[in-house]
Design a protein around this ligand. Structure first.
Ligand code: ZN
Length: 220
């Protein structure tokens, strides 16, 4: 069944989920924890809409591919067609903010990276993008001050602050739309802070976003 994007009140956004455009290594500390160089321009990749599942759905079948690592990320729901937007106007095209898990088969990704191959097998598989409902963007949002967290079994695992991003949201959208036209219903994953790791089985996950979102899921 195609994924339906919803606002936090459960109503459909009316925006059919398109591509999920993601940035790698957008937090310096996360780049360092994986012994990756800090990039000088954003590393972009795409997850297809078929990788999206409801964030509340238990994470289970994803383990059929092997060890799954979690990356907690601020997700932006795009509301307008955007191509070559300037950083100044980029945030006007954002219809909502939510959370996503950029699930990654880290061992597979490492092998692919060594071979110089694309990452899709490690990051774009079915179920690789648990996606929350979206908080609608109304009026002025201080995008520089957004924070989010992941707790696993009650222990704080990841904390993100948009002010810590190497490429802030407006600059990121400007850069992305130089190469990729964004369409209503596309989603942007804005990178993960440090604290990533292997997702344990039979665990309880709690995620929160300062825009006004608390969501939970579990693994099996
Ligand atoms: Zn990521």
């Amino acid at each position: 069944m195609p994924f339906t994007t919803r606002f936090i009140d459960g109503l459909e956004t009316g925006l059919p989920l398109g591509k999920i455009l993601c940035v790698g290594r957008n937090y310096a500390e996360h780049a360092r924890e994986l012994n990756n160089p800090v990039p000088t321009s954003p590393i972009l990749f795409i997850k297809p809409s078929t990788s999206a599942v409801e964030l509340e759905d238990p994470i289970e079948r994803q383990f059929s591919h092997g060890d799954v690592h979690f990356e907690t990320e601020l997700a932006l729901l795009i509301g307008e067609r955007m191509s070559h937007v300037s950083a100044d106007e980029a945030m006007n095209g954002v219809a909502g903010g939510g959370l996503a898990l950029d699930l990654t088969l880290r061992d597979v990704q490492s092998t692919l990276k060594e071979k110089g191959h694309p990452w899709e097998r490690a990051k774009a598989f079915d179920g690789a993008c648990p996606l929350s409902r979206f908080v609608p963007v109304e009026g002025d949002v201080d995008w520089e001050a957004v924070t989010f967290h992941l707790d696993i079994n009650g222990q704080r695992q990841q904390s993100g602050k948009t002010s810590d991003m190497l490429f802030g949201l407006p600059a990121l959208l400007e850069e992305m739309t130089r190469t990729f036209t964004l369409e209503p219903g596309d989603v942007i994953l804005t990178g993960t802070p440090s604290g990533v790791g292997q997702l344990p089985r039979d665990a309880v996950l709690g995620l929160s976003l300062s825009l006004g979102l608390d969501v939970g899921t579990r693994t099996r």
